[in-house]
Design a protein around this ligand. Structure first.
Ligand code: AMP
Ligand code: GLY
Length: 420
């Protein structure tokens, strides 16, 4: 079978890397991929629309398409591929709203009785401002729509929350995504990411991971898409995943079904585990996490292509997922300026490949002749694998220390219990 991976980040490099290991997979294509995906796949240029991409997939005998990022899913790529008779793993537009609209996600959580922070939706600035003044800080402001992981502000003062509202609702920093906002109670605790493969009926959990979102060490700097990840999480063990399926995933999926929406794809719940041990849902994503994928797939022993094809055909109930008990840890190297504006085109030196316990997944990179240059905020991650967290982290950091580019930044406290 030939497979197509849509996307260009570290998550997509990891997905392509894992799919390429399958005995069922003859060839992997990445659209558009990056300078690292060429190690395991053929990169093809982006298309101007999904109909053209689907025509290319039909013409090139693609047996399965796997979509990495949320934007094409929210824009309906799966609807179009399915209409053309192609097999695709990723939810249709109506189901992708679980990520693309935080107010929709809140409504579904409340209707299905899933634990989440108390909150309210606003589309008028003055009303939102009054609510912030009434509730006080700390308080969390979230742009309703997609904002590339940058639309959430955990405000420690009322003025910070009101500034965030201004930016989102009046200055339109995120365009229409900030036309309405969800304002919710700030929860205390430690986060973990739980993901599953879903085929519309059956839900199979993947191993649990923990993502580190702050840009700088010691809880400093803005939230980013994620600066590192570990799996297992040191907050909630893998053995809790079945319980999270029963208490969170299944109620939400059945609420969607009641509304005529079937979910087929990766489903991700960001959980806040309170000091009392209660799991509250912070967000849903309709895709795998980045950089969580770079640790989860490193631990996956099952054949990913087999699992995703079965899910795309509605036959996931016939499959079980097998994972390695090893620990995986990854650290992101980002460009100077991330998560704001960055300067591209810096040469990356010291890249290595072919090690089983230290894997480089490229993200914001492009090839120019023999050189690999930076192209974006998060440039690459190194995943280390070993029997326990300290040694897995050591391997990730040792790998990262071999790599250099101008303005390279990474955190030195990934994996620590007190970090976030
Ligand atoms: P989200 O995209 O909704 O997951 O939010 C991004 C990040 O903001 C989360 O990973 C948390 O670190 C933080 N966050 C979101 N909602 C809350 C909340 N209600 N309380 C505290 N932190 C939150
Ligand atoms: N690392 C968080 C996310 O992918 O949403």
């Amino acid at each position: 079978m030939k497979v197509l991976v849509v996307g260009s980040g570290g998550r997509e490099h990891a997905i392509a890397w894992k799919l390429a290991q399958s005995a069922q997979v003859e060839k992997v294509f990445c659209c558009p991929g990056n300078a690292g995906t060429v190690e395991v796949a053929e990169n093809i240029p982006s298309f101007s629309d999904f109909y053209k991409m689907a025509d290319w997939a039909l013409g090139n005998d693609i047996g399965l398409t796997v979509v990495g990022p949320e934007a094409p899913l929210a824009d309906g790529i799966s609807d179009i591929f399915l209409e053309k008779g192609l097999k695709i793993f990723g939810p249709k537009k109506a189901a992708a709203r679980l990520e693309a609209s935080k107010s929709f996600a809140k409504e579904i959580m409340l209707a299905s009785g899933v634990k989440t922070a108390e909150g309210k939706v606003f589309s008028a600035f003055e009303e939102a401002k009054s609510y912030v003044e009434e509730k006080g800080a700390p308080i969390v402001v979230k742009a309703d729509g997609l904002a590339a992981g940058k639309g959430v502000v955990v405000a420690t003062s009322e003025s910070e929350a009101i500034d965030a509202l201004k930016e989102m609702m009046l200055d339109k920093r995120f365009g229409d995504s900030g036309a309405s906002v969800v304002i919710e109670k700030c929860l205390e605790g430690k986060e973990s990411s739980v993901m599953a493969i879903v085929d519309g009926e059956t839900v199979r959990p993947l191993v649990i991971s923990r993502d580190f979102k702050r840009l700088q060490d010691n809880d400093k700097g803005p939230n980013t898409g994620g600066m590192g990840a570990i799996s297992p999480s040191n907050i909630i063990p893998d053995s809790e995943a079945p319980r999270v399926m029963e208490e969170v995933f299944k109620p939400v999926l059945s609420e969607l079904k009641k509304r005529g929406v079937d979910f087929c794809g990766f489903l991700y719940a960001g959980l806040m585990i309170t000091p009392e041990g209660e799991a509250n849902v912070l967000e849903f994503n309709c895709r795998l996490g980045d950089p969580e994928t770079q640790v989860i797939l490193a631990r996956l022993e099952s054949d990913l292509a087999e699992l995703l094809l079965a899910a795309a055909e509605g036959k996931l109930s016939e499959k079980e997922i097998k994972n390695s008990p090893t620990t995986a840890a990854c650290v992101v190297a980002s460009s100077k300026g991330y998560p704001l504006k960055v300067e591209d085109g810096k040469e990356i030196e010291g890249l290595f490949k072919g090690r089983a316990d230290q894997i480089v997944f490229q993200a914001g990179t492009r090839a120019e002749g023999e050189k690999v240059l930076t192209k974006g905020g998060r440039v690459l991650v190194v995943t280390g694998l070993d029997k326990d967290l300290p040694t897995a982290l050591k391997k990730a950091y040792q790998g990262l220390e071999e790599i250099q580019f101008e303005g390279m930044h990474y955190r030195s406290d990934i994996g620590q219990l007190g970090s976030s």
